[in-house]
Design a binder for this molecule. Structure first.
Ligand SMILES: C[S@@+](CC[C@H](N)C(=O)[O-])C[C@H]1O[C@@H](n2cnc3c(N)ncnc32)[C@H](O)[C@@H]1O
Length: 263
C-alpha cells in the first residue's frame, strides 16, 4: 500500500504545519457537541482516571483541547499535559478547570515535564498517531519516566480491525452517510498488515459534487504488543477493560482501556 497521506491535504489558510494533523482549522471544530464530546462519554473517562490517580498528580500525553484534562482538574486533581499542537493547547484554559492544567508544548515521545506523577494517560486512540514502533516504545518509556514507583499508565485505543478483513481485502468502512442533498460522507480505514501502518480515509462530497479526500496516517499495535512495550519501559499490565465502564475485555471488544503499573 503506498502511503499518500500528506499533511498539506488538510492544511487551510492560516494553519501552522508545526501543529501537525491538528492545526487551527481542525482545532476550531474539535469541541463541537456530540460523539466524544458528549458529557456522559467524558465523565465516564474522568471517573476512572480520578479513581486511578488516587489523590496524586496526573499527566496527560497529547492533552489536546483539554476535553478530559480540564474536567479532571475541575474535580481537584492536579493535572499537567503535553501537546504538540499550539492550536489545540490554546483552548484548554477556556474550559472549566482548564486554567489549572499546566500544558507544555512538545512531543510526547521525548518531552519531559517537572513532577513525579501517580498517573499518566493517553486516550482517544492517540498512541496510534505515533507511526513507528520505536516512537510508540518511546511513549511508554517517557510515561514510565514521569511515574513514581507503583504509578499507573493508561491507554484508551481501538482494537485494530483486522478480524473484519476478509482475505485479499485491506479496507474497513466505519461510516457511510449519504445526505438528502446528494452529498455525503464516507470513511474507511486501510490496513497494511505487513508494516502495521494504517490510514483513516475521509471522503466528503457536497451537493454540487465537489469532493474532499484526505488520509491520516497511523500505526496499529495489538494489545499484546503494547504489553511488551510496557515491559520494555518497566511496567506490567494491571487492568484491561473494553471501555471506561470497566467491562470485561473479550475477543469481540473493539477498544480497550489498559492500565500498566510501574515496577
Ligand atoms: C485525537 S486528539 C486527542 C486529544 C485529547 N487527548 C482528547 O482526548 O480529546 C490527538 C491529539 O494528539 C496530539 N498529538 C499527536 N501526536 C503527538 C505527539 N507526538 N506528541 C504530543 N501530542 C501529539 C494532537 O496534536 C492532538 O491534539
Amino acid at each position: 500500500m503506498s502511503d499518500q497521506s500528506d499533511l498539506s491535504t488538510i492544511l487551510a489558510a492560516g494553519d501552522d504545519p508545526a501543529d501537525g494533523w491538528f492545526p487551527e482549522s481542525v482545532a476550531a471544530d474539535y469541541d463541537n457537541p456530540g460523539g466524544a464530546n458528549e458529557a456522559a462519554t467524558i465523565m465516564a473517562a474522568v471517573d476512572v482516571l480520578e479513581a486511578l490517580a488516587d489523590g496524586g498528580p496526573a499527566l496527560e500525553f497529547a492533552v489536546g483541547t483539554g476535553r478530559i484534562a480540564a474536567p479532571l482538574a475541575d474535580r481537584g486533581v492536579t493535572v499537567s499535559g503535553i501537546e504538540l499542537s499550539r492550536a489545540m493547547a490554546e483552548r484548554v484554559a477556556a474550559k472549566p478547570g482548564g486554567d489549572r492544567v499546566d500544558v507544555t508544548i512538545g512531543d510526547m515521545t521525548s518531552t519531559r515535564v517537572p513532577g513525579d506523577f501517580s498517573l499518566a494517560f493517553l486516550v482517544f486512540n492517540t498512541i496510534s498517531n505515533v507511526t513507528s514502533q520505536d516512537g510508540q516504545v518511546d511513549v511508554f518509556c517517557n510515561a514510565a519516566a514521569h511515574l513514581r514507583p507503583g504509578g499507573l499508565f493508561v491507554i484508551e485505543v481501538g482494537v485494530p480491525g483486522l478480524r473484519q478483513l476478509p482475505p485479499g481485502q485491506d479496507t474497513v468502512p466505519f461510516t457511510v452517510a449519504p445526505n438528502a442533498d446528494r452529498g455525503g460522507y464516507v470513511g474507511f480505514d486501510q490496513y497494511d498488515v505487513v508494516t502495521q501502518q494504517f490510514t483513516s480515509n475521509h471522503v466528503s462530497v457536497t451537493a454540487d459534487g465537489a469532493g474532499r479526500f484526505y488520509r491520516i496516517p497511523f500505526r496499529y499495535a495489538w494489545p499484546a504488543e503494547m504489553d511488551l512495550m510496557a515491559r520494555i519501559a518497566g511496567m506490567r499490565l494491571k487492568h484491561r477493560w473494553s471501555g471506561w465502564d470497566r467491562a470485561e475485555f473479550t475477543a469481540d471488544s473493539t477498544s480497550h482501556v489498559s492500565v500498566w503499573q510501574k515496577d
